[in-house]
Design a binder for this molecule. Structure first.
Ligand SMILES: *[C@@H]1O[C@H](CO)[C@@H](O)[C@H](O)[C@H]1NC(C)=O
Length: 218
């Protein structure tokens, strides 16, 4: 097979051209852009620090009188922070430019599909996990009886995070504003690192529980 370098070079030029057009429409100094970015970075850091503090000191359990109430308090806080983040994201996008490259019916339709699928993943995983399962209950000693394997966990390991990222990308494509892609990328990036931090910890909590269970049986 002859490798068609001209074709490849053409494609690369075209992609560079697209990236140029997209980045031209991003205003990093736009109102709320940095605020949105800070919210996106702050939230996962916040809940990981608070959850670990709870795990080691039980300060929320002591404050509220029970692990369950402590977890609900953290859940409400994370939920509100999430709403604030989403509102700032939308506000930031309002002041950004639409790019002709994204402003097409096809891109918009892809956006609607991503937003729809993303919301299904988020809502169905909340439904499966319940409030304490969704909001770090394991750090309070509230563990799930068994690993959930039903939908959406049969199509995604982290439906909450993946669904959320998809929703941000979807909203961005619907708006046609490339600035949203930068913010959505940071959502993905933060979740990616949060998972690196959370997964080993959760695995350890559960394997300790399983060991204790096995010990009780013997
Ligand atoms: C996941 O579960 C849903 C609902 O039970 C089912 O319809 C779907 O086919 C499953 N998907 C996979 C990939 O197993």
């Amino acid at each position: 097979m002859i490798f068609d370098t001209e074709f490849v070079e053409d494609k690369i030029l075209q992609i560079e051209n697209w990236v140029d057009i997209l980045t031209e429409a991003i205003d990093y100094d736009g109102p709320y852009f940095i605020t949105a970015l800070l919210f996106i970075m702050f939230n996962p850091i916040f809940w990981n620090i608070v959850a670990r503090l709870e795990y080691y000191t039980h300060f929320l359990t002591k404050l509220t009188g029970s692990a369950k109430r402590g977890c609900y308090l953290l859940a409400a806080t994370i939920f509100c922070l999430g709403i604030a983040r989403d509102l700032t994201f939308e506000k930031a996008l309002r002041f950004q430019e639409i790019s002709p490259l994204l402003d097409t019916p096809t891109i918009k339709n892809i956006g609607y599909v991503l937003l729809g699928v993303g919301q299904v993943l988020v809502l169905s995983s909340m439904y499966q996990l319940g409030i304490t399962g969704t909001y770090l209950g394991d750090y309070f000693g509230i563990l799930m009886k068994d690993r959930v394997t039903a939908f959406p966990f049969n199509v995604s390991n982290n439906p909450m995070y993946q669904g959320s990222t998809m929703s941000f990308v979807g909203t961005t494509l619907i708006s046609g504003k490339p600035a949203g892609l930068v913010l959505a990328f940071f959502v993905h990036f933060m979740y990616y690192f949060a998972l690196k931090f959370e997964e080993p910890f959760t695995t350890e909590i559960y394997s300790r529980r399983d060991q204790e269970r096995a010990a009780k049986k013997n």
